[in-house]
Design a protein around this ligand. Structure first.
Ligand code: NI
Length: 182
């Protein structure tokens, strides 16, 4: 397993639609998941999607254990999610600050559905079927967007609420960050 380079915004590979995983037992899939875990941990990320390391497959990993750097981030179970399918539960949405390993040094205020239902397979091919809200729902929506070539800046509605961290802090705009990235 290895820590891989994370592609940054501007790389066209982040903008393509990724392909479904056909064969869950393929050993290359296990290697990919191992590399994603190593890379996410090395970057202190809350999640990572396969296209961020240049692999156009519908695989995401996310999870937040209690982290003294982010005391306000509620724990989310460490999850490998293959071929995910998401649907909103209700129409409520809320806004929170996000970052992304592919957009280093920046933050943006992003609206997301407050509550979602998601399904997919874990690394063993078992069905994951969950309802999530708040931070957990946000992480899943952010990571799954990567599989369709969508980056969080695309979702920002208030363009002044996007920028570099020191400038946002200086301006008093940046609140608690929901997706710790760097
Ligand atoms: Ni991201």
């Amino acid at each position: 397993m290895a820590v891989r380079d994370v592609l940054r915004m501007g790389d066209p590979r982040l903008r393509r639609k990724s392909d479904p995983v056909d064969d869950i037992s393929d050993s290359a899939l296990g290697d990919l998941i191992g590399d994603m875990l190593d890379t996410m941990r090395a970057c202190d990320g809350a999640g990572i999607a396969a296209p961020q390391i240049g692999v156009p497959l519908r695989v995401v990993i996310f999870g937040v254990e209690s982290n003294p750097r982010y005391p306000d981030a509620p724990p989310v179970p460490m999850t490998v999610l293959i071929n995910p399918d998401i649907s909103p539960v209700g129409a409520d949405s809320d806004e929170a600050w996000e970052g992304c390993l592919s957009v280093p040094g920046m933050r943006g205020l992003v609206p997301r559905f407050s509550r979602i239902h998601y399904r997919g397979l874990d690394a063993a091919g078992q069905l994951i079927d969950r309802t999530a809200d708040g931070f957990h729902a946000r992480v899943v929506q952010h990571e799954c967007d990567h599989l369709d070539g969508v980056l969080y800046p695309d979702r920002i509605e208030k363009k002044q609420m996007f920028g570099f961290i020191p400038e946002l802090l200086e301006a008093g705009l940046l609140g608690p960050v929901e997706l710790p990235a760097e």
